[in-house]
Design a protein around this ligand. Sequence first.
Ligand SMILES: [Zn+2]
Length: 208
Amino acid sequence: MYFKDLTPYKYFESEIEMKNVAWLEKGHLFKTGEVPSEFKDKLWKYMRYPVRVCRGFQRCPFCSLGKNEIPTTTYNGQTRRVGYYELRVWGNDDTVYAVTSLIFHYMESHRYKPPKEFIEAVMNSDDPDNDDYYNRVLSLEKGYDFWLETDRTMVDGSEADKRSAGPFPDTLNSAKVLFYTPKGNYGDVIFNDGTKSHISYMAICRSD
Ligand SMILES: [Zn+2]
């Protein structure tokens, strides 16, 4: 999946304009070099706020991983799984950057150096561990996001009940529904023919 740095984001539909960062691919040159450690420290915090979570994995095109191996990145002794979500960074001029979660892996393992304006945007941004940033991401994602919540705070049961909306079918494909989640953002499925489906619920069912 290649998008040149700072070109307009088109991977998923979006109501706002965003700029691509770190969508690397084989056969396309990218800048390499050292990046400031303050930049990395701050960007690592953004990794706690995954958006556009997908069921499938984007693999690093420069490493060979097994078919079902999930790419990981380790920074300051902390390991995160990457490759199935994106990050959002707001610059001071309200530019929004759409960043693949592989960015850390690309920097640590392949010496990728992001564009200067993005490095400055991250370093000048407020610490993302605050409610303003969290709410901004939530509104961009149209509300509740399962992955965001689990990474930040677990929802208590009563909140979850309030969020589960409407009658849910008793059976799915003639299997009895045992449990279902609150309505939420459970990512997208991309089929082989390129069509996409958004997942709003997940259910556990039992068939005969
Ligand atoms: Zn790699």
